[in-house]
Every structure is written in C-alpha cells, then in structure tokens.
Design a protein around this ligand. Structure first.
Ligand code: HEM
Length: 223
C-alpha cells in the first residue's frame, strides 16, 4: 500500500477503491434492512442470523469492512488537508461556485456527518449485539428471532429517526459526488460511458438513502 498511497494520484486511486467497496457494502446493507419491512415473521431474522453468525462474514468480510471504512475516512482527511495546503488562495477567489459543485467542495463536511452518524449507529446496533453475544448473562444468544424486534425498537424514538434521516440525506449528497468521482479517479473516463456512470451515480445517490429513510420511517410509524 505504501507505494499506492505515497503520491496524490495514488492516494486518490486508493480512496476511490475503498469508496467502490463501500458502495457495494451499502447495497448489501440496504437489501438486508429492506427485508425488515416484511415484519416480525418476515425474512429479516433469518438474514440477520446469517450475517451475524456465518464465519466467512464475521471473520473475513467484517474485518475487511472495518479496515475499508477506517481507511476511507483517514485517507479522506489526509487528502483534504493536503488539498487545503496546496491551495493557499481560497476557492472563493477563484469563483469556485462557478466551476465546481457544492457537493464536491463539501465532501469533508458530509463525510464528517456520516462518521458521527456511524458512531451513534455502532452504539445502537453493533455494540448492543456484541454485548448480547459475548457477555454471559446479557442475553440469550440462542434466541435467533430477536433481530427484528431489536431493530424495530430502536426506531421508537423520534429524535433517533430524525438524526438518522438527516444523516441519510447527507449520505446522499456525499454519494452524489462520490460515486462518479470514484470512477474518474480510477481513470474510467470515456465520452460514451462517463454520462452513463454519472446517471447511475445520480440514481444510486437518491435510491440508496431513500431506501434507508423508508426503513427508519417504516419502523417509526408502525410502532
Ligand atoms: C435505517 C437504516 C439502517 C439500519 C436499520 C441499519 C441497521 C444495522 C444493523 C442491524 C447492523 C448490524 C449490527 C450487528 O449485528 O453487528 C448494522 C451494522 C452496520 N451498519 Fe447499518 N443500518 C442502517 C444504515 C446504515 C448506513 C446508512 C450505513 C453507512 C453509512 C451503515 C453502516 C453500518 C456498518 C458499517 C455496520 C457494521 C457492519 C457489521 O457489523 O459488520 N448502516 N446496521
């Protein structure tokens, strides 16, 4: 990784690869979450059990995901700091509003909000699950029907639903620029395909956050 991450181009490339990995993760994550719309006796419990107990997912995919997430955030901050230092004359003077979008100039802001959201999200779900699974007496780890009820219960409080929904909107803004930018950074530029990638990116950045919003709001209104 040292060679890949020691130049700005290399860093952008590595950043884009980690972004693409996270784009795929979000599709999978949303797919499992959408199963929860099937209700208490729907397929969500079985899917969650599989995701939480399959050794390949737990001990191979999950560590890769954690590394991918941390790498993406650390690299994002490094790139931002370097870009700022390399740009002593601030953007506004160059007429930034005219030659770049608000989203592209504020990736660090939307990224920081998503990072804060992930802190709450891990506390809400992951920490709870780890405690349940690994601390004796905290819960019956053999209860494989608990997942839906736990998720449902989390969205009983309006303040949490609001924080989640606002975070999903910022995730959408982050993805609106990030999706197509990651393809550009790996050199996928072509007069024919770039407009297609941009169109897919626009749809992706609307549908994925909309799906997460649907899940959060569904559980709130069906309490
Ligand atoms: C309504 C929306 C969402 C719901 C209901 C939800 C629910 C969950 C649940 C139940 C887990 C499993 C915890 C565990 O058992 O280990 C989880 C893990 C996770 N979620 Fe979400 N999530 C949502 C949105 C998001 C979003 C938008 C992101 C990213 C920006 C995200 C990132 C993660 C990550 C990184 C993990 C850890 C994965 C792992 O445990 O392997 N989630 N989420």
């Amino acid at each position: 990784m040292a060679g890949l991450t020691s130049s700005t181009i290399g860093r952008k490339y590595a950043m884009a690869l980690s972004a693409m990995f996270l784009l795929i993760f979000l599709i999978m994550h949303l797919s499992v979450n959408l199963l929860s719309l099937g209700g208490e006796n729907g397929p969500f419990n079985a899917a969650s059990y599989f995701m939480g107990y399959n050794p390949l997912i737990q001990f191979v995919m999950q560590p890769i995901l954690v590394i991918g997430v941390i790498f993406h955030f650390v690299m994002g901050f490094i790139l931002e700091i370097r870009n700022r230092n390399a740009r002593p004359v601030k953007y506004a003077v160059n007429g930034a509003a005219a030659n770049s979008t608000w989203m592209s100039r504020n990736m660090i802001v939307s990224g920081a909000v998503i990072l804060a959201f992930l802190g709450l999200h891990m506390y809400d779900f992951w920490l709870h699950e780890m405690t349940y699974k690994y601390i004796p007496g905290e819960g019956d780890a053999n209860d494989l029907t608990r997942f839906w009820g736990e998720l449902h219960g989390k969205f009983a409080e309006l303040w949490r639903v609001i924080i989640y929904v606002v975070s999903f909107i910022l995730l959408g803004l982050h993805l609106a620029h990030g999706f197509q930018s990651s393809f550009q950074s790996v050199g996928a530029r072509h007069p024919k395909y770039t407009p297609v990638i941009k169109a897919i990116g626009t749809w992706y950045s609307i549908l994925i956050p909309a799906g997460f919003i649907l899940v959060a709001v569904f559980h709130y209104v069906t309490q």
